[in-house]
Write a protein that binds this ligand. Structure first.
Ligand code: ARG
Length: 454
């Protein structure tokens, strides 16, 4: 492809080092789409005759068919997907294939192919995340008004609805989808026509190319366009954060599934055993999901590091952008369906959750009640705290303290029995976004809307 000015050939290990075909071969469909559009562009610019353009396109379709059927046989001289497609086109249509690369460089070609591929990947990622959200929503609906001890610092804090705790993860995932969606407008920018760095010397209508390939806009600067990988960084940042969110979800559920908690049991389909300990049932699905976040974070760091310090325009370093991008999408394709399946098939033990609620988790409700009876909150907090300590010293639940203790703590604290009710505590938090069954019903409707929007 570029041998004219060379008298020697590449060292064998250099050839292997330089070849990107094993990785970028998966861009074959995008490469051929881009080449068909380019041929049409050259014809419109008067560089190709109509019959030449038709012959090129017919040949490209033959190459496409070979890839589609898994019959494409790479040669060692196929350095990357671009040279492989052009070489095979030549096998089919002869010397005319040599006209296709007029005014084009692999620099604007690979940028175009990768962006086209990424647009498809964004759609796939959106569908995958949406399905995890759907699984969370299904479970949130199925568990009704079951109450769970809510934790902060992994210490029992206040009762919350289980559905509320499940939906907390729904909204994180929703922001992940928004971030990926938002990146689309920066992905959907056509670099083709930028040439190697300076723009093409032929009068190709770039807007028409963009329209044919489905790009929303065209790049404004050829030096920038051939080296812009910002959109990859953005997507890898969004998928890294998504990986972190999935890891956090997994962590909640792994804790809940231990014998000490016993709030949830994963289905056998998403658990594995131990080769040594016969009793073990391990939440491997979620542990692996938690672990995969490491790759997703790593991919972001790889590309940021790759870009740092590059001089303007294309450098071969940029060939290293695709493995992390592909890996991120592959990792999501493996991980998210498993996570959705593990969520859908899990069974909650609401009795265990109820048994894990203790009266001290209602201390805030006691303080709030004092506030309603006219005590400033800071003082109320102190009084409720003393009652917690007294119950602890006597080794009883707060509700078992004698009436005198409450009155001694504050004279207004008569008639407190009704306070020691977890359902009441939850129902009191009836603000939008709160954990009251009323509020959570609105939240479920909002979540439903989000999913229905697409
Ligand atoms: N395989 C290369 C890549 O992925 C294509 C562009 C090569 N350009 C070049 N000037 N050698 O980046």
């Amino acid at each position: 492809m570029w041998g004219g000015r060379f008298s020697g050939s590449l060292a064998e290990h250099m050839r292997l080092f330089n070849d990107s075909f094993p990785i970028d071969r998966r861009l074959w469909a995008e490469d051929i789409r881009g080449s068909i559009a380019w041929a049409n562009g050259l014809e419109r610019a008067g560089i190709l005759q109509a019959d030449e353009c038709q012959a090129l396109i017919a040949g490209l379709r033959q190459v496409s068919q070979e890839f589609e059927e898994g019959l494409f046989l790479p040669l060692t001289s196929d350095e990357d997907i671009h040279t492989a497609v052009e070489r095979r086109l030549g096998d089919f249509i002869g010397a005319l294939a040599g006209k296709l690369h007029t005014g084009r460089s692999r620099n604007d070609q690979v940028a175009t192919d990768t962006r086209l591929w990424t647009l498809g990947a964004l759609k796939l990622a959106d569908d995958l995340i949406r399905d995890v959200q759907a699984a969370l929503l299904e479970q949130a609906k199925a568990v009704g008004d079951a109450i769970l001890p809510g934790y902060t610092h992994l210490q029992r804090a206040q009762p919350v609805l289980l559905s509320h705790a499940l939906l907390a993860h729904f909204w994180r995932l929703d922001r992940d989808r928004q971030r990926l969606h938002d990146a689309t407008k920066r992905v959907s920018v056509l670099p083709l026509g930028s040439g190697a760095l300076a723009g093409t010397a032929f009068a190709v209508d770039r807007a028409a190319l963009a329209a044919e390939l489905g790009f929303a806009s065209i790049s404004q600067n050829s030096l920038d366009a051939t080296s812009d990988r910002d959109y990859i960084v953005e997507i890898l940042a969004a998928t890294a954060l998504l990986g972190v969110h999935i890891s956090q979800l997994a962590e909640d559920w792994i804790i809940w599934s231990s014998a000490e908690w016993g709030f949830v049991a994963l289905d056998d389909a998403y658990s594995t055993g131990s080769s040594l300990m016969p009793q073990k049932k391990n939440p491997d699905s979620l542990e692996l999901a938690r672990g995969k976040s490491g790759r997703l974070i790593g991919n972001l760091v790889t590309v940021l590091t790759l870009l740092k310090g590059l001089p303007s325009a294309y450098d071969k370093d940029l060939q290293e952008d695709k493995a992390p991008l592909f890996d991120a999408i592959d990792t999501l394709s493996l991980t998210l369906p498993v996570v959705a399946g593990a969520i859908r098939t899990a069974r909650f033990n609401t009795e265990r959750m109820a048994a894990a609620l203790d009266d001290a988790m209602l201390a805030t409700d006691v303080a709030d009640e004092l506030v309603r009876r006219g005590v400033p909150f800071r003082e109320a907090h102190h009084i409720a705290g003393r009652l917690v300590r007294e119950a602890e010293q006597r080794g009883v639940g707060m509700r078992q303290l004698p009436a005198e203790s409450f009155v001694a703590a504050h004279p207004s604290l008569t008639d407190v029995a009704g306070l020691f009710d977890f359902a009441r505590s939850v129902a009191m938090r009836d603000v939008p976004g709160g954990t009251a069954p009323n509020a959570v019903r609105d939240q479920l409707i909002a979540a439903q809307h989000v999913l229905a929007e697409g």
